[in-house]
Design a protein around this ligand. Structure first.
Ligand SMILES: Cc1cc2nc3c(=O)[nH]c(=O)nc-3n(C[C@H](O)[C@H](O)[C@H](O)COP(=O)(O)O)c2cc1C
Length: 222
């Protein structure tokens, strides 16, 4: 079982969000997972330019660190996304990564994967960031097992009990993967997304050859 954690804070080792992502991974490792942590902001990932060549070919035209990280994500059973609240949203680096994943959404490439999200904020909005990141994971096809948003409020001690909760979240993530847990509400969402995405790809089949071929393969439909 492989679980990949991605921290979208640019503050490196000083990042409080990093502490949560790391605690989730520690919890998952204690439950038997192989874990890896990626410091997103150390990578060079450029903006999506909206060319949609990824839909035609299954890979991006940009030559940067995205392809390597994307391969790691696709090879993982579980994904942990972490970001601080920057002006009521995720960091630009996190959003830039997500924008590069349109092809993965069209093909529902996270189907069968599990995920969770963590976020920190100075004053408010951490739960909204968690909800957003989990929604993106679900939109990609993954099941989400929960999340943790922490408002730090200037108290350096706030993060300490939160790390304990993050550790438990990691154990839950590993357990869900192990037991292949299903969630009726999310199954409904996945079924609707698969139908919608297949319709979208069909409507663009003359250009989006890779995605059309992908959905034509009967094995893709569970
Ligand atoms: C550019 C910037 C924008 C921020 N915007 C918000 C915000 O809108 N709301 C909030 O509560 N905190 C905001 N913060 C505070 C961070 O969310 C908070 O310090 C967070 O814990 C930093 O996480 P990190 O230590 O992982 O980098 C902002 C911080 C920065 C640097």
């Amino acid at each position: 079982m492989k679980i990949l954690g991605i921290n979208g804070s640019p503050r490196g080792s000083r990042s409080q969000t990093l502490r949560l992502v790391r605690a989730v991974l520690d919890g998952a490792a204690s439950a038997g997972a192989d874990v890896e942590l990626v410091d997103l902001c150390k990578l060079r990932i450029e903006y999506c330019n909206g060319c949609l060549v990824c839909c035609e070919r299954g890979e991006c035209v940009r030559d940067d660190d995205f392809a390597g990280l994307y391969r790691k994500m696709l090879a993982s059973d579980g994904i942990v996304l972490g970001s601080p609240n920057y002006i009521d949203s995720v960091t630009a680096q996190t959003k830039t990564l997500l924008d590069r994943m349109a092809d993965a959404i069209h093909c529902q490439l996270f189907t069968g994967k599990y995920g969770c999200a963590v976020a920190t904020a100075g004053g408010s909005g951490a739960d909204e960031i968690v909800a957003y990141l989990n929604r993106v994971l679900q939109t990609l096809g993954a099941n989400t097992v929960g999340g943790l948003g922490v408002v730090l409020g200037g108290d350096p001690e706030t993060i300490v009990p939160a790390e304990g909760k993050a550790y438990q979240l990691g154990r839950r993530l590993a357990g869900a993967i192990e037991r292949k847990e299903t969630y009726p509400e999310q199954e409904q969402l996945h079924a609707a997304m698969r139908e919608r995405m297949q319709g979208l790809v069909l409507a663009n089949k003359d250009r989006w050859h890779h995605e059309y071929d992908y959905w034509q393969t009967a094995a893709r439909t569970p």
